[in-house]
Design a protein around this ligand. Sequence first.
Ligand SMILES: *Cc1c(COP(=O)(O)O)cnc(C)c1O
Length: 450
Amino acid sequence: MNKKPFERPVIKKVTAGMPSKFGLQVHHEPITEIDGVPVQSLLDQFGSPLFIYSEKTIRNTYKEAYRAFSSRYPNVLFSWSYKTNYLNAICNTFHQEGSWAEVVSGFEYKKALANGVKGDQIIFNGPQKTRNDLLLAVKNESLIHIDHFDELYELIEISKESDFKPKVAIRINMDIGIYPAWDRFGFNYENGEAWDALNRIMHCKTLELTGLHTHIGTYIMSAEPYKVAATKMSDLALGLARKYNHHILYIDMGGGFASKNTLKGGYYPGTDTTPSFDDYAEAIVSVLMKAEFQPDHLPLLILETGRALIDDAGYLAGTVVANKRLADGQRASILDAGVNLLFTSFWYDHDIRPAKPMSDQTEETAIFFLFFMNIDVIRKNTIFPLLKKGDPFVIQRVGAYNNTQWMQFITMRPNVVLIDMNSDVHVIRKEETVDTMNQLEATPEHLKVF
Ligand SMILES: *Cc1c(COP(=O)(O)O)cnc(C)c1O
């Protein structure tokens, strides 16, 4: 039998049973394996730290979301939000499930094309499409969601010289009862700008108005705002039917559903407070079904859900580098992964777990990465088991936005692996090396020697 490690005695508050004003009982169930693959063996084989995705979780989450909407509404389509996670293997999993692509830049647009998405199944959003981006999207018959009047005028110009009739929608922003209002993108509903833009398009013979789009925000913690948004979207669509006898093909409600992560300062964990896909679906569909659409003109419902579809499928595993005491005596753990890889730790109280069974002993701990900067704190103060140098840990629910917003600072970005449906493991993005970095640089001749 192995000798048990010594753990010094500490005094701690007993938290048992129901939540009290001090918060919830703290559990630290270890995550020793993901889809049947031991975390430690993944770290041994692919290095530490390591991003790990579960194909099974992606597909199950997608199916759950799709079922929530398609069981309530006859015509539903999801379009994968590339900026949430544009690792090709992840995008293609969604494409295999039937998702189109939703992109917000020329770079993402080209990534979707390179993945083999058909041009007419790409939704092109965002305020900064270049003229070349627009020309390409028009030629490929993509769905162009116009953000502002300058873009509308440019598209009208392009369309007059083009053999193709651009398929367009406008993005609409609106008051949904969340403040400050998100009015940076699109045309405003309340001040009539959106209706102006729609009229402008209807009077333009060279554009084809196919849909209406909104994206009301991100991590919307209640389904209610979607009701308000769906009401205003229906209103505009019905206005077009009345005035022009023009029936738009789709209403795109954007993304924004909350994932099960817990926002910083949240009292209850996200797993308890986040609305379900059914809640969101009920809010949106109940409005669309009751609106005055004729049955043969019921628009297709498009959703651009990002975060809520991928967060749960991603894990960041790593290793404890060292433990130390801060000047005030607080315990601190230094990990080999931090905010460089985990942009979302600015917003979330991430759920960090040991990756091997631990004793019940815990202590308030600050969790750092090796940035040596004060912003570099994953958790300032969390009740944490006494992990030792070399112990593995897992941070769960990191699938959204981290592999698109991660940064290369001091160290390089690690391997990303996908565990497939048979529990086989595939590298889907190779770790960066010094060569990866140096390939992009050029040193002028006169600076090569010193
Ligand atoms: C970012 C974005 C999404 C995805 O948002 P989530 O909050 O991740 O669901 C969808 N549509 C547009 C236009 C976006 O910019």
